[in-house]
Design a protein around this ligand. Structure first.
Ligand SMILES: [Zn+2]
Length: 399
């Protein structure tokens, strides 16, 4: 099912533009009218990270007239493995500025609008307003639900994508454009339980996967803007890079959807951090009076060396994370062993247990389990190994 083009054609293309876009112009489906529509299009890309990098580069090269970039972060060395819009000399610069410079190099005819702020309930509607289409390259659930809801309230369709390790997904959500089209909440009514789904920072992502999914998003964006082909509305594309398999599933509109259903309960923006929960209630309770800093931990480790104190320092990350960096004197027992109960057999009953992970989210979850098993003096390390590397041992690599 094709949809009407989202954008009216611009009056004309200049001689320079005709030369630049000639390979588009000779495709009958795109042609002069499609390219003029791209010229008139205003597309907002959320995030200039894994998905945003290829999306911005190809949208710019394709001749989308106005490109918005919503990104507040700075370029980190660990981004360069996949965020190809940034280069070595951009490390430490705002990602939005770095992306803007790369776009100017690829296509100086694009008007770039930088939104160098963290999207929140106070600014999201104002930032979205005026764009024809949104490309969502967000990496967290709270922002995803906010993007979905704000786009719905404003009647703006959007192209969604997500990536993790070797797996990617993409879809187009356009419930205000097509009668029976689903929204993100129809597909995922509830966010996953906190701590259940690791982020890319915790679980990793194959760099080139970003290009696979980001280019699908651009492909869909171009189809929607110009009104060609059969867009991924009501369909979920699932990509498995290891098996090299694409599958397309039908996604139906949920008549009970809290947002776009028959009796909506979400009628304005909600508190998305609370909705998605940073950590579970149990973990928050367990960590409330049992969180130590890396400075405290360093002191405790010295005392253990001197023989005036004894405890077991447990790293609950995965083995491949442990190979990258570690706190000296820690033993590795991955979080999964706590969930299935086998970890408890490995813990001495007569020593204090000190737990840490990458940033403190997973260790708060395992802390709740260990405390529940009777280790009432167990603690976890706030900020995890990231804080350790930043504050105590900068000679170790971070990730
Ligand atoms: Zn819905």
């Amino acid at each position: 099912m094709s949809l009407p083009a989202l954008v009216e054609p611009a009056a004309e293309l200049t001689v320079d533009e005709v030369r630049r876009y000639s390979r588009h112009l000779i495709i009958p489906d795109v042609g002069m009218s499609g390219q003029k529509r791209l010229k008139n299009a205003k597309v907002l890309v959320i995030g200039a990270g894994g998905l945003g990098s290829p999306a911005l580069l190809y949208l710019a090269a394709a001749g989308v007239g106005t490109l918005g970039i919503a990104e507040f972060d700075e370029v980190d060395e660990s981004n360069l493995q996949r965020q190809v819009i940034h280069g070595q000399s951009d490390v430490g610069r705002p990602k939005a500025e770095s992306a803007k410079d790369s776009i100017a190099e690829i296509n100086p005819l694009v008007n770039v609008v930088v939104h160098d702020v963290r999207l929140d309930n106070d600014n999201v509607m104002e930032i979205f307003r005026g764009y024809d289409l949104i490309v969502d390259g967000t990496d967290n659930f709270a922002t995803r639900y906010m993007v979905n809801d704000a786009a719905y309230f404003l009647g703006i369709p959007y192209v969604w994508g997500s990536i993790y390790r070797f797996d990617g997904q993409a879809s187009v959500f356009a419930p205000t454009l097509v009668d029976d089209a689903p929204c993100y909440r129809c597909l995922y009514p509830e966010p996953p339980p906190p701590g259940m789904v690791p982020s890319c920072a915790e679980g990793g992502v194959l760099g080139v996967l970003c290009a696979s999914i980001g280019s699908i998003q651009v492909n869909e964006a171009i189809k929607l803007l110009t009104g060609i082909g059969d867009p991924l509305v009501g369909k979920l594309m699932i990509y498995d890079a290891l098996e090299m398999e694409y599958r397309k599933l039908k996604v139906r509109k949920d008549p009970n959807c809290a947002l776009c259903g028959e009796h909506p309960t979400v009628t304005e923006l909600i508190d998305y951090e609370t909705f998605c929960g940073a950590i579970s209630d149990e973990a928050a309770d367990a960590a409330a009076d049992a969180t130590i800093s890396v400075v405290q931990l360093e002191h405790m480790l010295k005392e253990r060396e001197e023989g005036t104190r004894d405890f077991v320092l447990v790293d609950v990350r995965e083995p491949n994370e442990y190979e990258i960096n570690r706190i000296p004197g820690s033993v590795l027992i991955p979080k999964g062993d706590f969930l299935n109960g086998s970890a408890l057999e490995k813990l001495p009953s007569d020593k204090q247990i000190v737990m840490h992970c990458k940033t403190g989210v997973r260790s708060a979850e395992t802390l709740a389990i260990v405390k529940g098993a009777g280790y009432s003096d167990a603690v976890h390390v706030g900020g995890g190994v990231v804080a350790w590397v930043n504050q105590i041992d900068p000679s170790q690599p971070s990730y």
